[in-house]
Design a protein around this ligand. Structure first.
Ligand SMILES: Cc1ncc(COP(=O)(O)O)c(C=O)c1O
Ligand SMILES: N[C@H](C=O)CCC(=O)O
Length: 432
């Protein structure tokens, strides 16, 4: 595989961008080798600067659920651009967007648009603190909620990959207010709440965790958190930046049948543009400025072009429920193929999946939390990642990420992915 142009760009980038990338996990540090610079993407494919073409399973870390260069979304953006790129004043698309979100996710009665998932989670926690007049929050080991200071404690995603789950730069004062518990361990959360009675403002959780690899909640876990929050006056925040509009049109909360007080959103909601949102019960959302005292603002919040992209995306998903069945069937097919390959080649692996999200962990343990996720052989993952690239399939460059399927993955492509997986696993065995 020729990667000269990517390599040259990376060398130039390292001189002027920290680590040569604008988000750490893109640097390929966990898997070895240099990042590929992408010049174009279309449907299910990424095309790099050296004209290599890959079937891709990241989809910009989730947003591109309809594949790249979707005509509906691109047309909506082109139309919106004609009216100016930004107003800094309210526009009708923001109203349409809020109406659509509150229809699709009924636990959201009012919603505020922001420009990233990080902004959404930071604002949601500030709101919960302002509403309850309490300081502490509980988060889960291996969950990632963006790079807000309060969340960089036992954090997932690139923070695990690069060995900074507790980042320098976060003050001890902030860290003291973030308590952590293992995912899927209700007793640990109940104990924390009892030991800090009357002090916990919020429990924030990815209802389906995607940032320590994919980990699904066990039966009763989320419902147990709901009951605990109701009993203790704690605000339950579901961070659905990844799962919102992906696992169903009503997000993870719809399929798992548990309603949070606040939901944070991002990724798909922007159709590929930088958008986030947080919303929930009216009573809580009316604490947000200017309705209430909790301050939060944004120069580009509700940006008309971003709203146009997001509206086109959400309108499509809202009116095409068959999308989710298709995505689930394709994902099941790929995961079954991977499991068969692992068995045939005698490689230890566990495939976690839900809807159109999945992770192949190189461990024979059941992966139900961060501790079990960490039993994966990450060196083996690195070799597998590179072998898959050679086979023309682009994966997330870390064991601790979920993969995402888009509607552009046809049954034929699913077959190709399974075959590539077999060849890559075999190559990894031969070179062990
Ligand atoms: C669950 C979750 N929350 C929050 C974020 C932060 O979103 P963003 O990267 O848009 O700031 C991410 C992804 O990065 C995420 O996966
Ligand atoms: N896991 C992260 C978000 O979902 C990966 C994206 C990033 O940090 O660049």
């Amino acid at each position: 595989m020729k990667t000269e142009k990517s390599h040259k760009l990376f060398e130039r980038a390292k001189n002027v961008i920290p680590g040569g990338v604008n988000s750490p996990v893109r640097a390929f540090r966990a898997v070895g080798g240099n990042p590929l610079f992408i010049k174009r993407a279309e449907g299910a494919y990424l095309i790099d600067e050296d004209d290599n073409k890959y079937i891709e399973l990241i989809n910009s870390w989730g947003p591109m659920i309809l594949g790249h260069a979707n005509t509906d979304i691109e047309n909506a953006v082109c139309e919106a651009v004609k009216d100016s790129l930004s107003f800094g004043a309210p526009g009708e698309r923001e109203v349409f967007m809020a109406e659509l979100i509150t229809t699709m996710i009924p636990s959201i009665e009012k919603v505020r648009m922001v420009s990233s998932g990080t902004e959404a989670t930071m604002a949601a926690v500030r709101l919960a603190r302002g509403y309850t007049n309490r300081a502490k929050i509980i988060k889960f080991e291996g969950c990632y909620h963006g790079h807000g200071d309060s969340f960089l404690i036992a954090a997932g995603s690139g923070a695990i990959t690069l060995g900074v789950p507790d980042s320098p730069g976060v003050t001890q004062g902030v860290a003291n207010d973030t308590l952590t518990a293992p995912f899927n361990n209700l007793k640990a959360v109940q104990d924390l709440a009892a030991a800090n009675k009357g002090q916990i403002a919020a429990i924030i959780i990815e209802p389906v965790a995607g940032n320590m690899g994919l980990v699904v909640p066990e039966t009763g876990f989320l419902q147990g958190l709901r009951t605990l929050c109701d009993n203790e006056g704690i605000v339950l925040i579901f961070d659905e930046v990844m799962t919102g509009f992906r696992l169903s049109k009503g997000g993870a909360q719809q399929i798992l049948n548990v309603k949070p007080d606040i939901t944070t959103l991002g990724k798909i909601i922007g159709g590929g543009m930088p958008v986030g949102a947080y919303g929930g019960k009216k009573e809580i959302m009316d604490f947000v400025s200017p309705a209430g005292p909790v301050y939060q603002a944004g120069t580009l919040s509700g940006n008309p072009v971003a709203m146009a992209a997001g509206l086109a995306m959400l309108n499509y998903l809202n009116t095409h429920p068959e999308v989710y069945t298709h995505l689930e069937n394709i994902t099941a097919r790929i995961c079954e193929g991977f499991e068969k390959n692992l068995k045939e080649l005698g490689i230890k692996g566990t495939v976690n999946k839900i809807g159109s999200m999945f992770t192949l962990f190189f461990t024979d343990q059941k992966v139900k939390d961060f501790e079990t996720a960490k039993t994966s052989d990450t060196a083996l993952f690195g070799r597998y990642f590179r072998a898959m690239l050679e086979e023309g399939v682009y994966l997330a460059p870390s064991q601790y990420e979920s993969l995402f399927i888009s509607t552009a993955i046809t049954e034929e492509l699913a077959e190709k992915i399974v075959n590539a997986n077999y060849k890559a696993l075999k190559a990894v065995l031969q070179n062990a």
